[in-house]
Design a protein. Structure first.
Length: 90
């Protein structure tokens, strides 16, 4: 059965480094850096000039991840700072 691993934490603590090392140890594994995905796929609803960051659209992010079709089908590691909106079954 494939694994879905969520790596969460505040910015700058090493989520991405840990995620990549974990994926390498797991063998065949996809790493999704959710922050980069949100920016690349424009999955945000607005831009916060005060904090110089996007305000991501939870529904759009969830739909995008669902469209990838990886959860339950292949090993995947997702890293993000605010994962509480993601479905627990993933």
């Amino acid at each position: 059965m494939p694994y879905s691993v969520l790596v969460a934490g505040t910015p700058g603590v090493g989520k991405t480094t840990f995620s990549k090392e974990l994926a390498a140890a797991m063998g065949s594994c996809r790493v999704i850096e959710l922050g980069k995905t949100i920016a690349a796929e424009h999955l945000y609803s607005e831009w916060d000039d005060d904090h110089n960051c996007s305000i991501f659209d939870e529904d759009a992010v969830e739909e995008h991840l669902e469209s990838l079709g990886v959860f339950g089908k292949e090993n995947v590691v997702v890293d993000f700072h605010s994962p509480d909106f993601l479905p627990s079954e993933w």
